[in-house]
Design a binder for this molecule. Structure first.
Ligand code: CMP
Length: 463
């Protein structure tokens, strides 16, 4: 208010003094003094008026409509325009008495053109700054990316926009560039998403990698807790599977620090889990390796030993089974065996659990059994030569040891007890299965075992 009333009061006082002098001793005011006194009076009034208009427009109307402070640049612009108008008017009042109006217009046009050309860039920046202030595409503290520069917005003046980078350097962009170039804005306190790429070796199952990385990302400071990080396969590269780690942060300027922390955590996790950090590798395949010749890891012996049906086998024979078994890993929910398919091998579960399922008549799948580590499946088709009689689907991530027909053939020939053991299990399972299929009464179990034994002997040409 003071800013408005002071110039107005001074003007009014000057006006009174001027009036009094004109009334009582007009000889004191020569023509040139009179002219300047009037100009000063008008100037004082203009200052008061400009400040008054600015107050009404910005502090009352703008504030009421937008609910925030009007941009300083707008105030400055309005003041410049109004002052220019008032100055021209005052000058004209003084000049008209000198009769030089035309001269003034001609001179001012030439001067304007010269000034305009000289200030081309400055004016461009000024108007760009004006549009930034009005549109407000970003605010102080937001992070913005212009070209390959990224930094936190520190100040926006009528000519430039200043950002501070993570190297603590200040980059000043002319507003014309900010208004012209594509701009990426990461709002402060907004959930900004970022993707980090992390490689993992091909032989590590995605389920393991995803779980390990997701848990660690969530625990890193400045990763927004509102959204659970996502880890997914991004691509299959030359030497590794590339995982995309998606996380959210409320302050984008932390991204390089968060990325570094994630990489560091991953290094330790890989180290603890015996996972090699992938580096470019070129495999030269000299010979196609037969899956059957792949050897199982030594502790697979223990699983084979714990399988009931292998009880009649000698320790050496069990080791042979473990050595010749082919190790495979399946994802949760993966179909290992499909009902109706032919089968030439059986599986021992080393880790995880599977579900044996039968499709009911109405098309729904029914669980017949759940088999855990140490259990086996797929023996029915392998031993009888008939198609798989049920679907086998993993419940969790499952590691299996696959025993092929050739290996079993030798064992069956050397161990008559093994065939009996197997036929008993098969018969029990078959009855259970048939109960679900509502086809076979339970009393037929013994006869069925004998029939199955006959089928095994026939299929493997045993005596
Ligand atoms: P196979 O017929 O080769 O393929 C499907 C497998 O599901 C089957 O061998 C058995 O190993 C298994 N299976 C079928 N019925 C049962 C059951 N009742 N309990 C446990 N496993 C079963």
């Amino acid at each position: 208010m003071k800013r408005i009333t002071v110039p107005l009061t001074i003007s009014v006082l000057l006006l009174l003094v001027y009036g009094a002098i004109r009334l009582f001793s007009p000889h004191l005011l020569g023509p040139s003094v009179d002219k300047y006194v009037r100009a000063a009076l008008l100037l004082g009034l203009s200052i008061g008026l400009v400040r008054g208009i600015s107050f009404v427009l910005f502090d009352i109307v703008f504030q009421k409509r937008k609910g925030r402070e009007a941009p300083a640049l707008l105030r400055v612009l309005l003041s410049i325009v109004l002052y220019s108008i008032f100055l021209v008017v005052i000058y004209k009042v003084v000049l008209e008495e000198q009769g030089g109006g035309l001269e003034l217009i001609a001179t001012s046009t030439v001067v304007s053109v010269i000034i305009g050309l000289a200030l081309q860039d400055t004016l461009g920046n000024f108007f760009a700054g004006l549009s930034i202030h009005i549109e407000q595409p970003f605010h102080i503290l937001d992070a913005i990316r212009i070209g390959d520069m990224i930094g936190r917005v520190e100040a926006v003046s009528w000519r430039t926009t200043t950002i501070r980078t993570n190297n603590n350097t200040v980059v000043i962009f002319p507003n014309s560039r900010v208004a012209r170039d594509p701009l990426e804005v990461y709002r402060f306190n907004n959930l900004n998403r970022h993707i980090l790429l992390i490689p993992a070796p091909y032989h590590i199952p995605p389920q393991s990698v995803v779980g390990l990385i997701r848990d660690t990302v969530a625990s890193i400071p400045n990763v927004a807790g509102e959204k659970t990080p996502i880890v997914r396969i991004g691509s299959f590269a030359d030497s590794s599977v590339i995982y995309e780690v998606l996380y959210w942060t409320k302050d984008y300027m932390w991204v390089p620090e968060i990325d570094a922390q994630i990489r560091q955590h991953v290094w330790y996790i890989y180290r603890r889990s015996d996972i090699d950090i992938p580096f470019p590798v070129r495999h030269v395949l000299l010979e196609q390796q037969e899956p059957a010749t792949r050897t199982a890891a030594p502790d697979y012996n223990k699983v084979i030993e714990s399988v009931e049906i292998f009880a009649p086998l000698s320790a050496e024979e069990k080791q042979t089974v473990a050595r010749s078994a082919v190790r495979s890993v399946f994802a949760p929910g993966e179909l290992i065996l499909r009902r109706g398919d032919p089968g030439e091998s059986m599986f021992v579960i080393y880790r995880g659990s599977v579900e044996v399922r039968l499709s009911s008549r109405d098309g729904n799948a029914q669980q017949v059994a759940e088999l855990k580590a140490g259990s086996f499946f797929g023996e029915m088709a392998l031993l009888t030569g008939e198609p798989r009689n049920a679907d086998v689907i993993t419940v969790s991530e499952v590691e299996t040891l696959e025993i092929r027909k050739g290996v079993l053939q030798q064992l069956l020939e050397d161990n008559s007890q093994l065939a009996e053991e197997l036929s008993r299990t098969i018969a029990e399972r078959q009855v259970h299965l048939d109960e679900y299929a509502r086809m076979m009464p339970e009393e037929e179990r013994r006869d069925n075992a004998r029939t199955i034994l006959r089928r095994i002997k026939g299929f493997f040409k045993l005596r």
